[in-house]
Design a protein. Sequence first.
Length: 129
Amino acid sequence: MKKSGILNRHLSGALAELGHGDGVLVCDVGMPIPDGPRVVDLAFRAGVPSFAEVVDGLLAELVVEGATAAYEVQDANPEARALLEARFPALELVPHEELKSLSAGARLVVRTGEARPYANVLLHCGVFF
């Protein structure tokens, strides 16, 4: 049994299958989930787990070379905007509709319990060497 890191067996296994260039969409409860990507739904109750908890947990285990979010987050969700700007200095912002289109190409979708708008980010996996 794992004693640290991500303990959810479905999420831990899905992360182990990722490679360089793969996309991971971390999304709120309202984001439409496209057909195709593997989905790990962590939502338990509104706000649990939070977007910040899941993003930080993933960043502790993944190499991320870039991230894309909806530019609407800037005005609609200042807390998510601040988190994304702090974690991803080169954050790419696109219209929300474009982020939804890009998410169809993700390899993995991790749904949080976040219930505030535009708390979504598409992580671009890197390589550790």
